[in-house]
Write a protein that binds this ligand. Structure first.
Ligand SMILES: Nc1ncnc2c1ncn2[C@@H]1O[C@H](COP(=O)(O)OP(=O)(O)OP(=O)(O)O)[C@@H](O)[C@H]1O
Ligand SMILES: [Mg+2]
Length: 235
């Protein structure tokens, strides 16, 4: 379980997060929703050790993550797919995946995980020898997620994976995420502005506004709350 307790983050004078608490269950999808500037990316960055909270604690599997380096967080089993598709364009699909798998150490473990993630995303399997620069937006997003999965994480943090994707590509991506959380008991934290699709696959949801939690409930209860949807989720 991933637990965030009373976390506050400040960038200079800007209070990006204020006393944020939430719990994400193992093997479930927890979505973090909210408008531009709500603090969603900052929350993911705090979880992965890229920013250090001024106050509060983040725990994963009972171990404290706050104050750790990015590398220690990765070793604890957390993989972060940042906003804007973190792939290396000058490398092929397979080389990107190999980089993701380096943390596993043994060559055979790396080969096995690469074969496995390529099975999850057939378009990548067909494009394994192509440079990432030649991929479409949807393929790049798949590659960014596949690369994160190649480290065999216990938790996957995704920052707006559907941004700029066609609705049909988004739907396919959401289906893969749902399947991953079910079959691989992966804990998924899904940051989305596309609240409708995120709520359709998540079990629980947290809504941020100006750095504070304004709602936290099961995804179905939040989706049924018309007032909240109109106010904060724009649908
Ligand atoms: N490096 C930074 N320096 C100063 N202020 C920042 C920095 N990064 C973010 N902020 C501010 O912190 C607040 C939260 O930003 P954050 O990027 O976490 O929001 P977000 O919910 O991810 O927004 P978006 O939906 O646009 O991605 C905003 O007011 C933003 O301007
Ligand atoms: Mg963001």
């Amino acid at each position: 379980m991933l637990e965030v307790e009373g976390v506050s983050v400040q960038y200079g004078a800007v209070r990006a997060l204020e006393d944020v608490s939430l719990t994400a269950e193992v093997g479930a999808i927890t979505t973090i929703l909210g408008a531009n500037g709500a603090g969603k990316t900052t929350l993911l960055r705090a979880m992965s050790g890229l920013v250090h909270p001024r106050r509060g604690t983040i725990r994963f599997d009972g171990r404290v993550l706050t104050g750790r380096s990015v590398e220690q967080v990765v070793r604890a089993g957390i993989a972060h797919v940042p906003e804007g598709r973190g792939v290396i364009e000058e490398l092929t699909v397979e080389e990107n995946l190999r980089l993701g798998s380096l943390i596993l150490g043994s060559r055979s473990a790396q080969k096995a995980v690469i074969a496995e993630v390529l099975e999850l995303f057939p378009p990548l399997r067909d494009a394994r020898n192509r440079y990432a620069s030649s991929l479409s937006g949807g393929e790049r997003q798949m590659l960014a997620i596949a690369r994160a999965l190649a480290s065999r994480p216990k938790a996957l943090l995704l920052d707006e994976p559907s941004l700029g994707l066609a609705p049909i590509v988004t739907a396919r991506l959401m289906a893969v995420l749902r399947e991953l959380s079910r079959s691989a008991s992966l804990t998924i934290i899904l940051v989305e502005q596309n609240a409708r699709s995120a709520l359709s696959i998540a079990q629980s949801a947290v809504v941020l506004n100006l750095g504070r939690v304004v709602a936290a409930d099961t995804a179905s209860s939040l989706a049924a709350d018309t007032n909240l949807r109109h106010h904060y989720l724009g649908f």
